[in-house]
Design a binder for this molecule. Sequence first.
Ligand SMILES: O=C(O)CCC(=O)C(=O)O
Ligand SMILES: [Fe+2]
Length: 341
Amino acid sequence: MPLENHNNDAFRRKFKYYKSKKPKPSLSEVLILNDDGNNVDTVSFIPKEVAEDKRAAVLGLSSTLTWKVYSFKQHPGLLMIRNPFTPLGQRYWSRRCLEEYPKKPNKRNIDIEVDVQDWWSECFKLQECDKILQKKLRWTTLGYHHNWDTKVYTDENRSPFPEDLSELSNVVAGYLGFSGYRAQAAIVNYYHMDSTLSPHTDHSEVNLQAPLLSFSFGQSAIFLIGGTDKSIDPTAILLNSGDILVMSEQARLCYHAVPKILPASNIPWNHTEEVNLKHSLDAKFKCITNVNQIVTEMNRNLDSTQWNRFNNYISESRINMNVRQVLKGRQNTLKDLVDDT
Ligand SMILES: O=C(O)CCC(=O)C(=O)O
Ligand SMILES: [Fe+2]
């Protein structure tokens, strides 16, 4: 039997193909999920019977009546929701990923090199933006911190998970039928036009029944998804700003990668609209603890002088929030024992 050649498996071959700068890859086989339904196995809508979640509007989501959910015959359990965010919602989440989430005690790749409490403020300490420091940030981890070496989560290596992202994840998962979703770990990835993410699986979570939720903002990406081993030829899917990819069931443990960042052909975060968020202060929205803060921060992004710095960043970068539930149903820490039945 020939020895397995890890450098030449079907997944790696396709990864190299799309990553190549010379020659440039053809995009003709990349799935572009658009309204004509070409290349798409199934497009569905959130059933009308599913009640709108009262938290959705304040979190920057549009009505589920407009949501399109794609599924893929080749990849059972993989779902793609095409941009369900309002323009202001896109701005809010991109800004949180830049201004708030990379603050300590969250962990960042830059920690081994520089000692900064607040990366975004540090980038703008002087009048000019420190582009070198700005480009250095590649990831931030939230909640249970992903250990890149051991790939093991521990209760000691955990910080509070942001409430807004926890609510967003719970709302999105709930609409798809995964009720009671508890976001407990996230990796926020920052990609520049030449960045890639190598083939891998995400298998460190104790709870592998809960889906992985992946939110993309800014520039576009070619996303590859294959099977549970790398001999399976992956599918290439174009991810645009606002898209949510859900890896559940059989797709939860499949190999995936990002071989290429592409310039966005549409800029939904700058689509102008009549925005009136005053209604968000209604009592019915009080189900989110920090609703006033979220509304204030949403509205701050209406001011183009405030939004400008963030706009500049996502005009040449992609941000991906990759959310996981780590624990099983009744567990509150990894030490809590639960029976598997
Ligand atoms: O950037 C992406 O779309 C995927 C990121 C990812 O796979 C991860 O963080 O584990
Ligand atoms: Fe991943």
